[in-house]
Design a protein around this ligand. Structure first.
Ligand code: FIX
Ligand code: ZN
Length: 417
């Protein structure tokens, strides 16, 4: 097979690889239809996505009272978003453009004045039909959920025996244990776990018992927590002690990687509700300390601040038990995905997971992956052309194998251990 030499050949090879490679979306807030209202889909969910709500309040502060907005039915909220972000101005932000991409991909006219036709379209499909349609359009083969055993609605569904769908893998999310121990400890006590506020050995044992039960029930591919900029390790703070004495020994016992999501400042503006979280510079050295202190554990990591990306990439070079994934949340914009991916390829080669969608609404898979793959095509073409210019004989099959790795294969290899 001839080597690929000029830019147009390389670009075509990269595009072919992107078109055929199945995607694993390693972090989402999506659920299979069996989980009922947790499985969000449709135009009203798309338009009331918290990214758009934050943008609505910026442009309609005088027209819409925040507290009154939250009393409105979701359809009215969606109408307001459509009017202020899509009718009165060009939907140029990444989250707005994403809705346009979804509508176009689903064969709908993005320029409708109101939402009635869209609502008819979404009402016409069953949840299963829409799921199949979106997975086909987005090339996503596997969706990793976010499963919080302390979320009462979700926990009740699993405990009632909600069926599994092999297109959806579980991730055991333990933020309430690490980041809200006083409230969570009280809830575990009420549920029959003999935990005490003082984090004694007996309490660690009971937390392990709780987590063990949920690991057996959900069979997660990793455990995870989003941690604030103040997280340090080693430390005497509760989160560090729970990780050290309970969570990481248990994860090792189960051969379960632990995903550390660093840098979220929860509720910097609580009036925005889910849209009210912010970002802060994290102590990435804490991650390196975790990797060093627990060499038999495997860690996944994504960081929220642009300023932490370079240090994260260098830490990943130092610790093979660390796997970097995605451009999280405020990082998921074309300019920052391009900058971050270029840096990661230059420092890590292909040994990371390019992206995750963080999707909360099913149809978002369409735009989050098509927008991201457009950037990946540009970055990979540049980097492979650089390699060809240095004299390396590029081959199509090699590029396809490497793109498959970046879109999930490398992540699965790491998770498998
Ligand atoms: O902690 C997380 O999983 C974050 O991704 C969410 O809290 C956040 O609301 C989100 O969906 C960002 O995209
Ligand atoms: Zn998330």
């Amino acid at each position: 097979m001839n080597a690929l030499t000029d830019r147009s050949q390389v670009a075509a090879a990269v595009q072919r690889a992107l078109d055929v490679s199945p995607i694993t979306d390693i972090h989402t807030h999506l659920y299979p239809p069996q989980l009922g209202r947790l499985a969000r889909t449709g135009i009203d969910e798309l338009l009331t996505y918290h990214y758009l709500v934050a943008e609505l309040f910026r442009v309609a502060r005088d027209a819409i009272d925040t507290e009154r907005f939250w009393t409105q039915p979701q359809a009215r909220q969606a109408d307001l978003v459509w009017e202020h972000l899509f009718q009165r101005r060009s939907p140029i932000s990444e989250a707005c453009r994403g809705v346009v991409t979804c509508l176009q991909a689903l064969g709908l006219d993005p320029a409708q004045r109101d939402l009635s036709d869209y609502r008819k379209y979404f009402a016409a499909a069953t949840p299963e039909q829409q799921l199949a349609r979106v997975l086909e359009l987005s090339h996503v083969r596997t969706v990793v959920m976010t499963n919080d055993p302390l979320d009462e609605v979700e926990a009740n569904l699993w405990q009632a025996g909600a069926g599994r769908d092999d297109r959806f893998q579980a991730a055991l999310r333990i933020d309430p244990i690490l980041c809200a121990w006083s409230q969570t400890g009280a809830r575990l006590r009420a549920a029959g776990y003999d935990v005490q506020p003082d984090l004694s050995a007996a309490t660690f044992g009971e937390v392990r018992r709780f987590l063990d039960e949920w690991i057996r029930r959900l069979r997660p591919v990793y455990a995870a927590a989003a941690l604030p900029p103040s997280f340090r390790f080693p430390d005497e703070a509760l989160a560090a002690r729970l990780l050290k004495h309970c969570v990481l020994p248990l994860a090792k016992e189960h051969g379960l990687p632990f995903a550390v999501m660093l840098g979220v400042r929860r509720q910097v503006n609580s009036t925005l509700r889910l849209a009210g979280d912010g970002v802060g510079w994290a102590d990435v050295a804490a991650l390196g300390n975790l990797c060093a202190a627990f060499p038999d554990n495997r860690f996944l990591c994504t960081v929220l601040a642009r300023e932490n990306q370079h240090e994260l990439t260098v830490v990943a070079r130092k610790f093979p038990n660390l796997h970097v994934f995605g451009c999280w949340w405020f990082m998921n914009t074309p300019s920052l995905v391009a900058e971050t991916t270029r840096m990661r390829i230059e420092l890590l080669g292909h040994s990371f997971t390019f992206q995750h969608s963080d999707a909360r609404v099913l149809e978002q898979l369409i735009y989050k992956w098509s927008h991201s793959k457009t950037i990946l095509a540009q970055v990979l073409t540049d980097k492979y052309v650089d390699l060809a210019d240095s004299g390396w004989p590029l081959r199509q099959h090699q590029i396809e194998r490497e793109v498959t790795g970046l879109l999930g294969g490398a992540g699965w290899q790491f998770i498998a251990g």
